[in-house]
Design a binder for this molecule. Structure first.
Ligand code: CA
Length: 251
């Protein structure tokens, strides 16, 4: 069922050329070396860039380092199971929307359903057909690209031009401070999702910056004041004890 993979050749990857940057990056998390090699060979042939991780802990490290576009996640892994890796991916604000395909052995099928419950977007059973896997990967990547990350972001009557650093609401120009701009950008990339103050600090201020969670409240207040014109709907939803969301629905 798997096409035969040739012996792996070290150092043949061209990671940093301009053309390779446009290719989607897939993180293959797999402890069976032969399967990982086969996946790399076939995915690279199909125009993907590939990174690998051999266990669950390494997977989380590689995700943070390389920011892949999609993760192929083996279920049975040393150190930390695929399920736990998936949970952690979903728990972090930066990786909450990262597409994950869980790879299971046939006997783990029942568990795979549980895998979907913990946040995998799809799953495929070993041994799988490469074309079937590619079809699922492409479908997921298309879906995740539906939320534009470059250029223009739109939510309700708010438009954000990232290149020009310009925000308009209902055609009216909105002036935002740099932190409010980044807050709004993050919210617009994840509309209707509730983020805790800690998650917002992590995503907008960065994990190495140590500021009080109350700082978030201050900037949310400023964002509201700028973005909500007179008589306009408040698009920032406060969720008691949970945090904030960009939303047009009342609590
Ligand atoms: Ca395994």
């Amino acid at each position: 069922m798997f096409p035969m993979a040739p012996t792996p050749r070290e150092g043949t990857r061209v990671q940093d050329s301009a053309s390779s940057l446009a290719k989607p990056l897939v993180l293959v998390v797999e402890d069976e070396a032969a399967l990982a090699t086969m996946l790399r060979y076939n995915l690279e042939k199909q125009g993907f860039r590939v990174e690998e991780a051999g266990d669950g802990q390494e997977a989380l490290t590689r995700i943070a380092e390389t920011q892949p576009d999609l993760v192929l996640l083996d279920w049975m892994l040393p150190v930390m199971s695929g399920i736990e890796v998936c949970r952690q991916i979903r728990r972090r604000a930066q990786t909450r929307d990262l597409p994950v395909i869980m790879v299971t052995a046939r006997t783990e099928d029942q568990d795979a359903v549980r895998g979907l419950n913990t946040g995998a977007d799809d799953y495929i059973t070993k041994p799988f057909n490469m074309d079937a896997l590619l079809a699922r990967m492409r479908a997921l990547l298309r879906r995740s690209n539906a939320v534009p990350v470059k250029g223009q972001l739109v939510f309700h009557d708010i438009a954000m031009d990232l290149a020009a650093h310009r925000v308009t609401r209902n055609g009216r120009r909105v002036h935002l401070g740099p932190t409010e701009f980044r807050l709004l950008e993050f919210f617009m990339q994840h509309p209707r999702r509730v983020f805790s103050r800690e998650e917002l600090l992590d995503a907008v201020w960065g994990p190495d910056i140590h500021v009080e969670p109350r700082t978030v409240d201050v900037h949310i207040r400023r964002l509201r004041k700028s973005i909500n014109g007179e008589g306009e709907l408040d698009v920032v939803r406060t969720v008691r004890t949970a945090g904030y969301a960009l939303d047009t629905e009342p609590v």
